[in-house]
Every structure is written in C-alpha cells, then in structure tokens.
Design a protein around this ligand. Structure first.
Ligand SMILES: Nc1ncnc2c1ncn2[C@@H]1O[C@H](COP(=O)(O)OP(=O)(O)OP(=O)(O)O)[C@@H](O)[C@H]1O
Ligand SMILES: [Mg+2]
Length: 277
C-alpha cells in the first residue's frame, strides 16, 4: 500500500466538530468534538441523560443540531445516509413485521434486488444465531433475541459505520458477553467504524479501541483512553490483563466523580483530555 493510501486509511472518516444541541431551554450537548477513524471502534460512557442517544441520532442524520457540524467522508451529514446504520437503545424493531422483514427493511429501502436481500438477510440471521425464527414477530422473541435482531438489521445494510446505542443493555450478563464476542468476531471479518454507547465499563474496554467519557449534561467529552487491545482480541485474555484492570479502575473512579479531574492515568495508558473548541 502506498504512503498516501495508508494515510487515507487512517484519516478520520467521520468527524463531529463543535456540536451543540438544545431542546428548548435544555442544553444537551455542549461542543462535542470527536474524530472516528476508518474502521475504528469508539465506545462512549457517560451518565444517564448526558446526551448520548441525542448524539447518535444527530450523527445518523435523524435530528437537527444547533451549532457545529457532522462530516462524513468530507460531506456534511444532514439526513440519514446508507453508509451508516443504527442499532437503537430499545431495539427499534417493527412489531407488525416478522423477523425476516425486519432484518431486510434497510435493504429494501436501499432498493436492493430481492435475491440479494434474501442472501443478506439469511446470512445475518445466521450470524447472530436466529436461524429458524424468520417468521416470528418481535413480541415472540426474547429481549436478547430482539437485540440480536437489531444488530443483524444494522449489519445487513453493509454500512461502513455502525452507530450502536446500548445494543446489549437489556440482556443478562452471560448473553451480553456472548453478544460482545459475536460482535467482535463479525467485525474481525467485516471491519467497520463504530460509535458504541454503553453503561458498562467492561464492555467499553472490551469492545472499544478508544473509550470516550462524557460529562453530565450538558454533555461534553471529558477525556478519552486508548485501550490498545488490537483486532482479533480475546475477551478472556483481555479481562485477565493488568492493563484492563488498571483502566477499569481508572474509569470507575472517573465515573464516580463526574465533576472532578480524573487524575493521573495508569502506566502505559494513553489519555487525551477534553478537546476545546
Ligand atoms: N425529543 C426530545 N425532546 C426534549 N428533550 C429531549 C428529547 N430527547 C431527549 N431529551 C432530553 O435530552 C437529555 C438527553 O437525553 P438522551 O436520551 O440523549 O440521554 P442519554 O445520555 O442517552 O441517556 P441514557 O443513558 O439514559 O440513555 C435528557 O434530559 C432528555 O430528557
Ligand atoms: Mg440513551
């Protein structure tokens, strides 16, 4: 690969620049700056109500913002784009559509030919372990299965960027770990850029290349940590590492004290403080 091509690969393909969002008099986002590199996974931690879902909806072009901009591959984002797919906090499945139709929804919107839709829908239903449930309605699936379905629907669109809003928030701890492993396995094969919102420190560290920590509302980015675990990561090996434990402790303390400086980072961990506009 040429030097230019390498630089092109590393270039941020999604940039949030000085985003502000207000709902009437409620100031929700207060100057968010974030660059998401090509195939980079960003996990976001922050207190409830700090504006995480709002942020994702803005990036996905679903709601307007007041100041700043969202730039994807040098173009300003103003409406939903086929290169981005969202996994919603509360699944967002259509209750009146069967699983098969739910997963194919984005592909039909994209106007793909029926054979291709069928191939992709079956592939992703299989990848998330829902074979045999094609004709079930969402109400006939467990919470974990609905989360898998939401993930499959986003993956099926072949989007280069996935926006995941607590995608595994509503399942038991064991299922959650299985889903984390499945997601990592899928994106080892089909790499993507991701913004992944979670309330779990462990999940943020296991899944993310970078963990971004937000302040209470109005949401700002307090700091970012590079996890440094690389691709092809093994969850159990990471969990057992000193680095994981040190970062976990650091994040735990930082989230417990949302209004104070998080203090010195553990040895070998790279920290970036808030980026001022
Ligand atoms: N459509 C809306 N109209 C008015 N206020 C809203 C709207 N959507 C969200 N808010 C408010 O904006 C703030 C941020 O909401 P948001 O859903 O982005 O938070 P969050 O960080 O995702 O929280 P959680 O972790 O609980 O999911 C909250 O105070 C919420 O009440
Ligand atoms: Mg939310």
């Amino acid at each position: 690969m040429s030097r230019t091509a390498v630089m092109e690969e590393r270039r941020a393909n999604l940039s949030l620049r000085g985003l502000h969002k207000r709902y009437g008099s409620l100031h929700v986002l207060d100057g968010i700056h974030l660059d998401v590199g090509h195939q980079e996974i960003i996990t976001v931690l922050g207190p409830s109500g700090c504006g995480k879902t709002t942020l994702l909806r803005i990036v996905n072009g679903l709601i307007p913002y007041d100041e700043g901009e969202v730039v994807f591959r040098s173009e300003r984002v103003a409406a939903p784009r086929p290169e981005m797919a969202m996994v919603f906090q509360h699944f967002g499945l259509f209750p009146w559509k069967r699983l098969y139709q739910n997963i194919g929804y984005g592909l039909r919107i994209q106007g793909r030919p029926p054979e291709e839709i069928d191939r992709l829908v079956r592939r992703y239903i299989g990848l998330v372990g829902l074979d045999g449930f094609e004709n079930h309605y969402p109400s006939e699936l467990s919470g974990g299965m609905q989360q898998r379905a939401g993930l499959a629907r986003a993956l099926a669109t072949q989007a280069a960027v996935l926006l995941l809003d607590e995608p595994f928030g509503a399942v038991d701890a064991l299922t959650r770990e299985l889903l984390q492993e499945e997601l990592l396995r899928i994106i080892d094969v089909e790499p993507k850029s991701m913004i992944f919102i979670t309330h779990s420190i462990d999940e943020a560290l296991l899944v993310g290349d970078r963990v971004v920590v937000m302040s209470p509302r109005p949401g700002r980015i307090r700091f970012e940590l590079e996890t440094g675990f690389g691709r092809g990561r093994e969850i159990e090996a990471i969990r057992a590492s000193d680095r994981f434990q040190a970062m976990r402790h650091y994040l735990w303390e930082a989230l417990r004290h949302p209004d104070s400086d998080p203090g010195p980072v553990p040895d070998g961990v790279s920290l970036r403080m808030e980026v001022k506009p």
